[in-house]
Design a protein around this ligand. Structure first.
Ligand code: MN
Length: 168
């Protein structure tokens, strides 16, 4: 997806959100565990933004009700544009009139893994394939989120939206 959409939606003179690097996107940290963040975002509607580090960007979903540690819960998660890696540390107030205006707080952060025992390169391929297939298993190691979660793409029906997933 890249960061063009992220860039297009924002006026970086107005918003304190991170500006993506002008050059080719960073490949992320070369090694080490992949990071995730959940931001609580008091925009027009309160929601939570789940972001997973993958291939030099943050894959992102807006979760209206937020993630739940209750295994019975399935939470709607709407896939949104990729965000730059630096966004994982972003918190603050997006000014009135700007895209996503409102307060952003870090609700939880940590690392995640998938495909136990794979090297980083192989894991990246596995995540890529899982995102394409619409079924991604992730194990969160955060403060609030811990354990195995699944993101499942909801197949659009009757020309409906193609960006809807469930987080469970
Ligand atoms: Mn948001």
């Amino acid at each position: 997806m890249g960061l063009d959409k992220y860039r297009r939606k924002r006026a970086f003179r107005e918003t304190p959100e991170p500006r993506p690097a002008a050059s080719a996107p960073a490949r992320g940290s070369a090694g080490g565990p992949r990071r995730f963040v959940v931001q609580k975002h008091q925009a027009t509607r309160l929601h939570y933004d789940l972001r997973l580090e993958h291939a030099g960007v943050l894959k992102s979903w807006a979760v209206p009700k937020g993630p739940s540690m209750d295994p019975r819960d399935k939470r709607l998660a709407i896939m949104v544009e990729d965000h730059p890696l630096a966004y994982k540390d972003f918190h603050g107030r997006i000014p009135e009139g700007e895209y996503g205006a409102g307060l952003v707080e870090i609700w939880d952060k940590g690392t995640y893994s998938t495909g136990d025992g794979l090297g980083r390169k192989d894991e990246e391929k596995l995540i890529e394939a899982a995102l394409r297939k619409g079924h991604l298993d992730v194990r969160f190691q955060g403060k609030k989120l811990r354990g195995l979660f699944t993101l499942v793409h909801i197949k659009p029906r009757f020309g409906g939206k193609d960006n809807q997933w469930l987080l469970m």
